[in-house]
Design a protein around this ligand. Sequence first.
Ligand code: NAD
Ligand code: UFG
Length: 334
Amino acid sequence: MQPTILVTGGTGYIGSHTTVALQQAGYRVVILDNLSNSTPAVLDAIAQITGVKPEFTQGDVRDRATLDMLFDAYKIAAVLHFAGLKAVGESTEKPLAYYDNNVHGSVQLLSAMQRAGLKSFVFSSSATVYGDPQKLPLTEDHPRSATNPYGHTKLVVEDILENLYRSEAGWRIARLRYFNPVGAHTSGLIGEAPQGVPNNLMPYVAQVATGRRPKVQVFGSDYNTADGTGVRDYIHVMDLALGHVKALQSCLQSEQDLLTVNLGTGVGYSVLDMIRAFEQASGKTIPYDLVARRPGDIAACWADTQLASQKLDWRAQKGIQEMCDDAWRWETRS
Ligand code: NAD
Ligand code: UFG
């Protein structure tokens, strides 16, 4: 009998790729998603890739009745919690929506798990919890801080998980701090589909390559980095997905654990490096302007990956060219 995993936010970008990895690793997946930032078409695409259509409930993680119904209906072994809002800029305009979805949603989910006697939980945290890095690479013990409501929701949920872990024996919790997920499944059938103008670099670059937008605006060329543009640790979304499978296995195998790990590659690339790699992948010239820094941005950020390697026996495998090739295949899907 395959263990059944509840994946909240499973039709979203990272959740859908992780669902593919979970199904391919032999797990049965039940998705809960309110479709606020995704479509049910993703379910057919997952079925095309894996041969199995995941079970799906359209619903909200803040809705306790739906959660109780799911925990009663399925014998769930663990929860992977992706559902939430993630736009940094929007979070400063609508902080209450962010605290409600991300913090209240997580509390509802954990309360329903507690009622159901289920204690294995994998949480989507973010490298944003490190604030402005005091030293690089970022190790998991680096001090945490938040400069915007989105980041603060991640800090609060990390703390809630620690409080819960200490309050009661038997919790098996992984707090995974993602660096910058990019790319798509190699099939080109699932990928990142931002609504409106993309906030993040790579979907924006992809839309410039297709001609949908005229130019990339490179935010800041006077950082203390090799070429003056911002440096990030871009990680292929399928590597990230496999990191979740490892974290889940680690949770299911332990008696109790509170694991906090970076999921990154350990290598930083600049905005201009990424534009060049995307030009290579697409065969297009990508015009750009060097403009002012984006408020709130940091100069550089990359992960120390030793803990993930030690604790999870996981390492990212794919480089930036594969990230860009796969993103381009997804962007130009028919
Ligand atoms: P996404 O928006 O593509 O996926 C999130 C999914 O959750 C969507 O399908 C959305 O419809 C659903 N959802 C949102 N609120 C919900 C709610 N209240 N109830 C049920 N479903 C809800 O985002 P993503 O990039 O896949 O991110 C997944 C998680 O990873 C988020 O928690 C995000 O904060 C975190 N994260 C993302 C990044 C990144 O750069 N993409 C980086 C670090 C952390
Ligand atoms: N950038 C541009 N032009 C754009 C968009 C971005 O030059 O149009 C630059 C940024 O200034 C930065 C780099 O590209 O130097 C990456 O920016 P992203 O917006 O793609 O990503 P961030 O590092 O700002 O943030 C992302 C997620 C956060 C998450 C963080 C984790 O958006 O939610 O990674 O490291 F917390």
